[in-house]
Design a protein around this ligand. Sequence first.
Ligand code: G3H
Ligand code: 13P
Ligand code: ZN
Length: 374
Amino acid sequence: MPLIPLRPLLDHAAANGYGVCALNVNNMEQIQSIMEAARATLSPVIVQASRGARTYTNDIFLRNLMQAAVELYPEIPVVMHQDHGNAPDTCISAIRMGFTSVMMDGSLEEDAKTPAGYEYNVAVTREVVQIAHSFGVSVEGELGCLGQLGTGMGEKEDGHGAEGKLSLDQLLTDPAQAVDFVQRTGIDALAVAIGTSHGAYKFSSKPTGDVLRIDRIQEIHSKIPNCHLVMHGSSSVPEELVAEINKYGGAMKNTYGVPVAEIQKGIKAGVRKINVDTDNRLAITAAIRKVFATSPEKFDPRDYLKPSRTAMQKICEQRMKEFGQAGKAPGVPRKSLAEMAADYAAGKYGDPAKPSKPYNAFKGQGGAATAMGH
Ligand code: G3H
Ligand code: 13P
Ligand code: ZN
């Protein structure tokens, strides 16, 4: 089965009350871990690549690894998503590379550090929707900046994210503004700011409702029920993985992530896409450190990459079951990009989602009916 767009998967998730984890990849082993977890649990999957991941892998390697994934696991519906596109150009190059879904993160300026003005966010997101929808590609936007509600600090931990101290207005998505944003941009999914942040250091103690505002999700969802909500920074940072890393020579500080039970409340309140990267990074690192520490004589990379692949698969399977996507693969509509493009053009997803310019996406030179054909 070719890659599918994000929209029909999240429509199916909404109709059946489940969430789907969006898992970041940077190499072959991570893609294999996700696909094996999907097969074991019969889950649809969202595989996503950040700008850093695309640079690290090289787009051509990534595209062909994803092609291998869909060929080898034909029973699994797979979405290929651009994570945190910083500008329209990044999203357009992703579409050309065969991604079936893109995130235009206009909550920050193109430098991916400076909080952006609202009108800038609307303009760049709208521009991406116009282009992406004409190719049948789905679009995620973001309103509000990720960061810690307790300290007001932006979340530059991983080298991207807002810098410095932000106001509560910037750190929490405003439900009324979300209505205007969706209306004016026509996005398929909206990432919300509710106190989560990327990386391992999200909270200094187990988060309570004042620093992790799951209540805000219900408020936003009730106002934009047809736009799917996305939770970024949703790793749970299992303490046993942090302990394992430290046991084998690591130096991680005490930290707390987003408890799975809180994510499950979010799913009940309308969250459909849940971004998880750090938990897999922790699982991989713990497994590799263990081999290095306990078998220092080993030097064949397969001796530590295999256990790391298994460790990531275990986390992925766990989240797939916890978020409710396990068992849902057979029911997901196998919609092609061409069908989606026709539906957007016909106004099936509402007028704001309708491209105003015909791009002849599937006609003539450069056009193709499958994601990998662009
Ligand atoms: O957006 C955050 C993801 O964890 C990707 O991180 O930019 O280091 O690849 P990255
Ligand atoms: P974590 O760092 O919590 O895994 O979040 C990943 C993410 O939001 C990717 O966009
Ligand atoms: Zn993110």
